[in-house]
Design a protein around this ligand. Structure first.
Ligand code: FO1
Length: 303
């Protein structure tokens, strides 16, 4: 089982799906980034996973679909509608189907499973929760909803704290706890620990199941040489945890992991937990295989 945010999450999920039987893999995705745009429910991280593992991701952007067209968005912009969050024509089809289903009362997990099946996804993809859970950032400019901070303001505002609206009350989506209990290994993807993995762990039932795990849990550090591969994770670790070394990543997962996969560039730094050292950049199939093998090695090493 893998707990995954968007791009980093989907890369590790793909790495594992290419290395083990993909039907044996369960991916639990972040929904704290979910947002309503033009009346449509968008689940960016679930979609990044769906698109990555079915060969549809726009690799250059790291979100949305390859070969996308923007006719609808252009019309929306012409009409003065909401166009800051760029929804492409192909992508919109997914949001239409999802939103219609949710309005009819179908749970997010059920419509996600339907979309996944239709797109040919082999692993099981589960949202962390079917209930409303939203990430908010405390910044010097005030508290901002996730996508306003990340996309509209380009995650330039410093983050003094993260809050998960609905996190305490949210129950794990059907299948999440069962998958956690049936797993041979629990992996935490090299996603942002605060805003990508944080919302998953904010679901009390998931955190408790992870704390009480009977199998090894291993995280892959999102850092290479003390810097995040992409996005604001480095800046957030520095400000909220006091540094950008393996130990600061471990500190985000206290009591939740037995090992941390770190990059060769960070091998000399203290981690506060058992480490597995490899090259962690997953740029190509070879890089993904290396990381998947390091993660899977930890099962044998920790048993
Ligand atoms: N990221 C951007 O930087 N700009 C966008 O306009 C944008 C649109 C978008 C549409 C659908 C989708 O699934 C993702 C989209 N993203 C966009 C990426 C996304 O908001 C973030 O990368 C994730 O939420 C962070 O994991």
């Amino acid at each position: 089982m893998v707990l995954a945010g968007g791009l980093g999450g989907s890369r590790l999920a793909l790495a594992l799906a290419e290395t083990i039987d993909p039907g044996e893999l369960t991916i639990v995705g972040n929904v704290g980034d979910d947002v309503e745009i033009l009346g449509l429910h968008v689940s960016p991280d679930l979609d990044t996973i769906l698109y990555t593992l079915t060969g549809r991701l726009d690799e250059a952007k790291g979100w949305g679909r390859a070969g996308e067209t923007w006719n609808t968005l252009e019309t929306v912009a012409e009409l003065g509608g909401e166009s800051w969050f760029r929804l492409g024509d192909f992508d919109l089809g997914v949001h239409l189907v999802r939103t219609e289903a949710l309005r009819r009362g179908e749970p997010l997990s059920a419509v996600t499973a339907r979309i996944a099946r239709a797109l040919g996804l082999e692993p099981t993809l589960l949202p962390a929760t079917d209930e409303r859970l939203r990430t908010w950032l405390a910044t010097p400019a005030g508290e901002l909803p996730f996508q306003e901070w990340f996309v509209a303001r380009g995650h330039r505002d410093g983050v003094d704290g993260v809050r998960f609206e609905g996190g305490e009350a949210a129950r794990p989506a059907p299948g999440v706890i069962e998958a956690l209990e049936a797993a041979d290994l629990i992996a935490i993807a090299p996603s942002n620990p605060f805003v990508s993995v944080g919302p998953i762990l904010a679901v009390a039932g998931i955190r408790e199941a992870l704390e009480g795990r009977a199998v090894p849990a291993v995280a892959v550090s999102p850092l290479i040489g003390g810097e995040a591969v992409r996005g604001p994770a480095g800046r957030m670790l520095a400000h909220l945890r006091g540094g950008t070394g393996p130990q600061h990543v471990t500190d985000c997962y206290k009591g939740l992991i037995d090992a941390l996969v770190i990059d060769e560039a960070d091998a000399d730094a203290e981690a506060g937990v058992r480490t597995i050292v490899t090259r962690t950049l997953m740029e190509d199939a070879e890089g993904r295989r290396r990381v998947a093998e390091a993660v899977l090695e930890s099962v044998a090493a920790l048993r």
